[in-house]
Design a protein around this ligand. Structure first.
Ligand SMILES: C[S@@+](CC[C@H](N)C(=O)[O-])C[C@H]1O[C@@H](n2cnc3c(N)ncnc32)[C@H](O)[C@@H]1O
Length: 347
C-alpha cells in the first residue's frame, strides 16, 4: 500500500549527515532503503526491527525509549506520525528535548491522521520556527527548527513512559500504557472469546497442558486463562505490549513467560490451547497478510489434539483462509460484531 507521507521523508533519511534519529512506527516491511550510517533508528515493532537490521541500519528496538539520548545532542529527528495520539505527542516532546538549537524535526503524515493539528502543536512547542508543505491533497511534511532556550509546556502524552492500572473487571486489574493496542480498555472481542472459553475446552479430548497467547497485548487473554493452572506463553511484536504483559504476569503472578516475537517466530514446541485475537491493522495499513501469518503461526504451534480459538470481526474471511491449513474450521459462536472460530488439526 502506498505510503506517500513516508515517501516524503525518504530523501531526508538518505541524505542526512549530522547526528540523526529516525523514529520508525509504520509498515515498511517490504520497503528496501539503503542504510545511512548517520542515522540511528528507534523502532517498536520487532518485525520491522529485524528487517532494518538485515538492511544494515543502526536499529534499536524499544518502546520509543529516548532515555539514553542526551538533551540538545541531535541534529535531525525524522518521524512519520504514528496512529495513536499519545505516541505522537511523546515523540514530539522528546524531539524538543534531544534536538540541538537549530536542529530539525521533520514530520509527515496524512490529513486524516491529524497531521495538521500535530504540526500546529509542534509549532507552538518549537516557538514558531516551522516550514510546512502540502505535498498533495491529503499529505503534509513540516520542518521545525529547534529554538535556543527552555521549552514551553509539553504536549499531553498521557504519561507515555509509565505502566499503571488502566482497565479492570471483576477478576483482574490490567496494567498498561499508551503504545499498547487498546491500552486503556478491555477489547470487546477478547472478552467475548473468554466468555466462551469453556465451549472451546469442552470439545477437547483431554484438558489442555500448555497455552499460547498469540498477539498478547497487555495480557488480557493470558490472565483470563490463568485459572486453568497450566503454563502460559504470551507473545507479541510490540515493545510496549511486552513490557505491559510482563508486568501483569509478575503482578498476579502467572505461571509462564512473555516472549517478543514476530508471529511466534522462534517459539518452539507445541501448544494444545492457542488463544488469539489477531490484528488486522498494522500501522496505517490494513494487512490481510497478517491474518494469514497468524493462522500459519497457529498451524505450526498447535498440537495434534489441540484447539486454536480465534476471535475476529465478522467481516474477516478467517474460515476461508483457515481451511487451507486446518482439518476442522468451525464458527462456534457469533454476535453482531464478532465471531469465534475453532481450528483443529484433528479430523
Ligand atoms: C487485536 S490485538 C489483541 C491484544 C490482546 N490479545 C487482547 O486481547 O487485548 C492484536 C495484537 O497483535 C500484536 N501483533 C501485531 N503484529 C504482530 C506480529 N507480527 N507478531 C506478533 N504480534 C503482533 C499487536 O501488537 C496486538 O497486541
Amino acid at each position: 500500500m502506498a505510503n506517500m507521507a513516508f515517501d516524503l521523508l525518504i530523501p531526508h533519511l538518505q541524505r542526512a549527515s549530522g547526528k540523526t534519529v529516525w523514529i520508525a512506527d509504520e509498515n515498511l516491511l517490504n520497503t528496501r532503503l539503503s542504510a545511512n550510517p548517520a542515522v540511528t533508528v528507534i523502532v517498536n515493532r520487532f518485525d520491522l526491527f529485524k528487517v532494518l537490521k538485515q538492511q544494515d541500519w543502526n536499529a534499536h528496538f524499544s518502546d520509543f525509549d529516548f532515555s539514553e539520548i542526551a538533551d540538545s545532542s541531535i541534529d535531525t529527528l525524522i518521524y512519520r506520525v504514528s496512529k495513536e495520539k499519545p505516541v505522537v505527542h511523546h515523540v514530539i516532546n522528546q524531539a524538543r528535548r534531544v534536538l540541538k538549537p537549530g536542529g530539525q524535526l521533520l514530520i509527515a503524515g496524512d490529513k486524516g491522521e491529524g497531521i495538521k493539528t500535530y504540526i500546529d502543536k509542534a509549532k507552538k512547542l518549537f516557538a514558531g520556527a516551522c516550514q510546512a508543505q502540502k505535498a498533495s491533497k491529503d499529505t503534509w511534511l513540516a520542518e521545525l527548527t529547534c529554538p535556543d532556550g527552555a521549552s514551553s509546556t509539553p504536549l499531553d502524552d498521557k504519561n507515555y513512559t509509565s505502566l499503571r492500572p488502566e482497565a479492570q473487571d471483576e477478576h483482574f486489574e490490567y496494567w498498561s500504557k499508551p503504545g499498547v493496542y487498546g491500552w486503556n480498555k478491555i477489547d470487546k472481542g477478547s472478552a467475548y472469546l473468554m466468555e466462551h472459553l469453556d465451549a472451546f475446552l469442552m470439545t477437547m479430548p483431554e484438558p489442555p497442558q500448555q497455552v499460547l497467547d498469540l498477539g498478547c497485548g497487555y495480557g488480557y487473554l493470558s490472565l483470563n486463562a490463568s485459572h486453568l493452572d497450566i503454563p502460559i506463553t504470551a507473545t507479541d511484536n510490540n515493545a510496549a505490549a511486552i513490557a505491559a504483559c510482563e508486568r501483569n504476569f509478575d503482578r498476579y503472578p502467572i505461571d509462564g513467560k512473555v516472549v517478543i516475537a514476530d508471529c511466534a517466530e522462534g517459539i518452539s514446541g507445541k501448544f494444545d490451547l492457542i488463544l488469539c485475537n489477531p490484528p488486522f491493522h498494522a500501522g496505517f495499513d490494513v494487512e490481510g497478510d497478517l491474518t494469514d501469518r497468524f493462522l500459519q503461526a497457529a498451524h505450526d504451534r498447535l498440537s495434534y489434539a489441540g484447539v486454536a480459538c480465534f476471535v475476529t470481526n465478522l467481516h474477516i474471511p478467517l474460515e476461508r483462509k483457515a481451511r487451507q491449513l486446518f482439518h476442522q474450521v468451525e464458527v462456534i459462536a457469533s454476535n453482531s460484531n464478532f465471531k469465534l472460530t475453532r481450528l483443529t488439526h484433528r479430523m
